[in-house]
Design a binder for this molecule. Structure first.
Ligand SMILES: NC(=O)c1ccc[n+]([C@@H]2O[C@H](COP(=O)([O-])OP(=O)(O)OC[C@H]3O[C@@H](n4cnc5c(N)ncnc54)[C@H](OP(=O)(O)O)[C@@H]3O)[C@@H](O)[C@H]2O)c1
Length: 391
C-alpha cells in the first residue's frame, strides 16, 4: 500500500530534501498535501511532479494569485483548516516550516497523522507541553528531525540505560575563526553562507550567532525530558559527529553521518525497513582528525541566554526568546540592524521585566502563545529599529 505523506514547508530546504527522497520511490507514496508561504513558482512545479490532494498557501496575496491561475483546479487552502477534511489518518507528516509559524500546523495535524516528524525546532521550544499532550492523546508517533536530536533519539532507542551526559555538537557556523571587530560589518550574504550545511536563511543566521545551539539545547531538554546539567554544547567544526550520549553504565555512543539532512529525513520515513540511501564511505581521515572545543562565550555571547532557562521546564518565556529572535533575524536580513545587534538586542529583550515574568507562566493553549508572539515581535521591532536609528 502507498504511504500517505504530507509536507508543511515543501518549498524550503528540508521540504525539498523530503521530496527528493520521495521522488526516488514515487510509486510507493501518495502525496496528500504540500505547503508554502509565498513561493508560487516552486509549489506549482511540485504540484506537477507530485500531484498532491491539496496545497496550502499561507500568504493571502499569493494564495489569491494561485487561485486565479489555477487551471488544473488543484484544491487549495489559505489556512490549515483543510487538514481536518481528511477521512483517514495520513501515515507521515513532516513539518519543515521555519520560525514560530510552524507551531499552528504541528498542533492541527497531530490528530490526523500517524507520525509527525518535526524539523521546526521553534514549535517544539514554544509549545512542547501542548504538542506532547496532543501526541499522547492521539497516539501519534513523534520523530525529531533536527540532525542532533534525530541522532540522540536514535542513540537512545532500545536502551533503558541511565543518561550521564548528552553532548550536542555545533559546527560554529561561518564566523568561528573571525575577530569580533570584523563581525561588526558582516552582511546578510556572508552570514547565510554556512561552511558545512546548505540550509534556509533563518536557520543559517541562527547558526552564525550560535542561538541555534541555545534552541537545540532547550529543545533536547524538553523532548528527552532530561536535566539541564546533563546537556552540553561542544564545538566540532567538521560536523561529522552529530551527537554523543554517555550512559551511566560506562558506555558512550557516538553517531556519525555526512552533513546531509536527507539522512535523518530518510530514516524517519523508512523506519525499521531495509531501504538504502546513497552515502559516501565512512571517512577515516575525518575520524582520525576529530576536533572538539569548548564554546568561546566572547565570540558567541548568545550562549549566555541558556542561563535564563536553567530552572524552566515549559513556560511562555521560550516564546519570548523565539519570537524576539525571529524578528531580529528578519530585521538583520532586511538591513535594518547589524549582525552584532541580533544577540545584543535579544539579551536586552530577554531582560525586560515584563518578559521575565513569563518564566512563571506555563502555556495554556495556542492562542495564548500566538498573542504573545505578536506582542513580542512588535515590541522588538519598535525597540530595536528605533535604537539602531539613534545609534
Ligand atoms: N535546513 C536545514 O538543514 C535544517 C536542519 C535542522 C533543522 N532545520 C529546521 O527546519 C525548519 C525549516 O528549515 P529550512 O532551512 O528548510 O527553512 P527554509 O528553507 O527557509 O524553508 C522554510 C519553509 O517554510 C515556509 N514558510 C516560511 N514562513 C512561513 C509562514 N509564515 N507560514 C507558512 N509557511 C512558511 C517557506 O515557504 P516559502 O518558500 O514561501 O518562503 C518554506 O517552505 C526550521 O525550523 C529549521 O530550524 C533545518
Amino acid at each position: 500500500m502507498k504511504k500517505k505523506i504530507g509536507i508543511f514547508g515543501s518549498t524550503g530546504s528540508i521540504g525539498k530534501s523530503t521530496l527528493s527522497i520521495i521522488a526516488q520511490n514515487k510509486k510507493n507514496f501518495e502525496v496528500m498535501f504540500l505547503s508554502t508561504n509565498k513561493n508560487l513558482k516552486e509549489i506549482s512545479k511540485q504540484c506537477k511532479i507530485f500531484n498532491p490532494k491539496f496545497v496550502i498557501i499561507n500568504d493571502k496575496e499569493n494564495f489569491l494569485k494561485f487561485v486565479r491561475s489555477n487551471k488544473k483546479k488543484i484544491k487549495v487552502f489559505n489556512t490549515y483548516e483543510g487538514i481536518s477534511s481528511q477521512k483517514k489518518k495520513i501515515d507521515y507528516t513532516i513539518n519543515a516550516i521555519s520560525g514560530f509559524h510552524g507551531l499552528e500546523p504541528t498542533l492541527k495535524i497531530i490528530p490526523h497523522t500517524k507520525t509527525i516528524a518535526i524539523a521546526n525546532k521553534e514549535s517544539l521550544i514554544c509549545g512542547w507541553n501542548l504538542i506532547k499532550k496532543a501526541i499522547d492523546k492521539y497516539k501519534t508517533n513523534f520523530i525529531p528531525i533536527d540532525s542532533e536530536h534525530f541522532s540522540i533519539w536514535s542513540l537512545l532507542k532500545g536502551t533503558s540505560a541511565e543518561i550521564d551526559k548528552i553532548y550536542i555538537t555545533a559546527s560554529g557556523g561561518p564566523f568561528l575563526n573571525i575577530s569580533h571587530e570584523k563581525l561588526k560589518n558582516i552582511k546578510p550574504q556572508q552570514a547565510i553562507k554556512h561552511p558545512k550545511w546548505n540550509m534556509g536563511k533563518k536557520i543559517s543566521i541562527d547558526s552564525a550567532t550560535l542561538i541555534n545551539k541555545v534552541f537545540e539545547l532547550i529543545e533536547a531538554k524538553k523532548i528527552f525530558n532530561t536535566e539541564f546539567r546533563k546537556l552540553e554544547i561542544i564545538l566540532h567544526p567538521e560536523s561529522y559527529v552529530h551527537a554523543i550520549v554517555k550512559f551511566k553504565n560506562g558506555i558512550t555512543k557516538i553517531l556519525v553521518h555526512d552533513t546531509d539532512m536527507k539522512i535523518p529525513i530518510f530514516n524517519s520515513i523508512y523506519q525499521n525497513s531495509n531501504n538504502k540511501i546513497k552515502t559516501s564511505q565512512l571517512d577515516f581521515s575525518k575520524l582520525n582528525n576529530l576536533k572538539f572545543q569548548k564554546v568561546n562565550k566572547k565570540l558567541f555571547p548568545s550562549i549566555k541566554i541558556l542561563n535564563f532557562f536553567k530552572k524552566i521546564k515549559n513556560s511562555l518565556y521560550e516564546t519570548v526568546l523565539v519570537s524576539a529572535n525571529d524578528e531580529l533575524v528578519a530585521l538583520f536580513l532586511n538591513g535594518k540592524i547589524g549582525f552584532l545587534d541580533i544577540t545584543k538586542n535579544l539579551i536586552m529583550i530577554m531582560n525586560l521585566k515584563e518578559f521575565k515574568k513569563m518564566k512563571q507562566r506555563k502555556p495554556k493553549n495556542f492562542e495564548e502563545i500566538y498573542k504573545l508572539n505578536r506582542y513580542v515581535r512588535l515590541k522588538t521591532y519598535s525597540l530595536c529599529v528605533r535604537s539602531s536609528r539613534n545609534a
